[in-house]
Write a protein that binds this ligand. Structure first.
Ligand code: CTP
Length: 445
């Protein structure tokens, strides 16, 4: 029986040249280098937000309660958060909640003498590395778009020179109203970045677009804005996750990959300014913000999706745990058990990365060597046999490395013979290290 190659979603729904990504980042972007610091457990984590001053403006909508989670995530990522609440926002949540979570006083009034003497609205705006308005109501959007400064938050927005991110949340009809849409266009013209609200069930009982984007996505956007854009102009293909090779309609062969490393590589490439196509096997992960996701199941589908985008790619990072074999035949009906043992003949899948290596041109190719023994030797062999520029050697037997976790321990080996062992670090930090080394390779081939 022949194997049916299902067309991956991305090939059915999007042309490889199109890019369903958010608008470009701010022209007056604050740039910073990504540092790796030793954390409490000796783990190095990506610190884009470390010591950054984030001014969080909370306006009065039901989604104001989500500001608490936002503050928690920003503080966890190392940022100093100063919250400003409008009068209406305080109807939904008390300043004390955000004060407790941020560890900083919450500003509520332009003319409060205590607050003025302690902070001063000019200083508050001047010291911010980034201003985030979440949730942003139709009212605050209208005020910012028209330069109205009748309370502390709207005044700050006229004063600040920092990048501004706005995450609207409101009733579906308010969002769709031409006045709101015109105001959003004006704000984009100002260079402000809008995080579109999500669709779904709204607090007002309506269904539709108007729900505040998820706090994790908002934080990703904040990180992206404050990350240097040294991958701008690159088109990065990342493969991630496992393959599922069907045996019959109810069974398949797979592996333990969760896709976390590949998703981190895609997210960080996007944050550093690249156009990113993420070709992923089945995972439980949410697609990173601004990344084109092609969902596939089998190795053959993965190969087809990668090849479709390959002509435009400048970098390929193959982090997927690609199945080397598939059942030679997929049964159309569930296979019934019989007496005695049973074996499944397997057919070889193509080596996708090795194939790309034979038609490399000026692209940079990165592989992952998932090993349980003889790690560096095996990785080096794969680096050369697949014609790669770099391979990330991953000893999955070490604690804190490999599948499922948020950390990894890897050694980077490149085509010049350099080996860089990295300590236990977050998968985001590993992704940064991979791109740092790739860029260094580009400059001094
Ligand atoms: N890879 C690939 N196609 C395959 C198998 C692997 O493109 N059929 C890629 C992986 O995504 C990874 C690199 O090749 O970047 C090395 O994969 P790995 O599983 O470590 O090694 P294999 O080449 O499959 O060799 P072995 O299974 O013998 O270790």
């Amino acid at each position: 029986m022949s194997i049916q190659v299902k067309m991956p979603n991305c090939l059915r729904s999007c042309d490889p040249a199109s890019r369903p990504c958010p608008p470009p980042l701010f022209p007056r972007m604050m740039q910073n280098t990504v540092k790796k610091v030793e954390g409490a457990e000796g783990s190095a984590i990506s610190m884009v937000l470390q010591n950054k001053n984030i001014l969080l403006g909370v306006s009065g909508g039901i989604a104001a309660y989500k500001a608490a989670e936002l503050v928690r995530l920003l503080v966890k990522a190392g940022a100093t958060v100063r919250a400003v609440m409008t009068k209406n926002a305080q109807e939904f949540m008390t300043p004390l909640t955000l004060q407790s979570l941020s560890g900083n006083p919450v500003s509520t009034d332009t003319f409060d003498l205590t607050q003025e003497s302690e902070i001063g609205h000019i200083r508050l705006a001047d010291t911010a590395d980034l201003v985030l308005i979440a949730p942003a109501t139709a009212n605050i959007l209208a005020k910012i778009a028209h330069g109205i400064a009748d309370d502390l938050l709207s005044t700050l927005l006229l004063v600040t020179r920092a990048p501004v991110i706005i995450a609207p949340a409101m009733n579906v009809h308010m969002y769709a109203h031409p006045a709101t849409q015109e105001n959003l266009k004006t704000l984009q013209r100002f260079g402000h970045h809008i995080i579109e609200p999500a669709e779904g069930e709204l607090a007002c009982g309506y269904e539709g677009k108007g729900r505040l984007a998820e706090p994790e996505q908002i934080v990703e956007c904040v990180e992206a804005t404050l990350t240097k854009k040294d991958l701008q102009g690159e088109h990065v293909i990342v493969t991630a996750g496992p393959n599922c090779e069907p045996i019959d309609p109810v069974r398949f062969i797979t592996n333990r990959s969760t896709g976390k490393m590949g998703f981190a590589l895609a997210r960080i490439a996007h944050q550093r300014g690249a156009e990113v196509t993420l070709v992923s096997g089945p995972t439980a992960l949410v697609a990173p913000f601004g990344v084109r996701l092609c969902s596939v199941r089998t190795a053959l589908e993965m190969q087809q999706a990668v090849l479709a985008h390959y002509p435009r790619a400048t970098i390929v990072v193959s982090a997927a745990a690609i199945a080397d074999y598939r059942p030679a035949q997929t049964a159309t009906q569930k296979i019934k058990k019989k007496d005695g043992d049973f074996s499944i003949p397997l057919a070889r899948n193509p080596d996708i990365l090795a194939g790309l290596g034979q038609d490399k041109g000026s692209r940079l190719l990165v592989g992952f060597a998932t090993e349980t023994e003889d790690v560096l030797h095996n990785a080096e062999r794969k680096l050369h046999s697949k014609n790669l520029d770099m391979i990330v050697a991953n000893d999955v037997t070490q604690e804190g490395a490999g599948f499922a976790g948020d950390t990894n321990i890897v050694t980077l080996l490149d085509r010049t013979g350099q080996q860089e062992p990295l300590p236990l670090m977050s998968k985001d930090a590993v992704a940064h290290a991979v791109y740092d080394r790739l860029l260094a390779l580009k400059i001094s081939p």
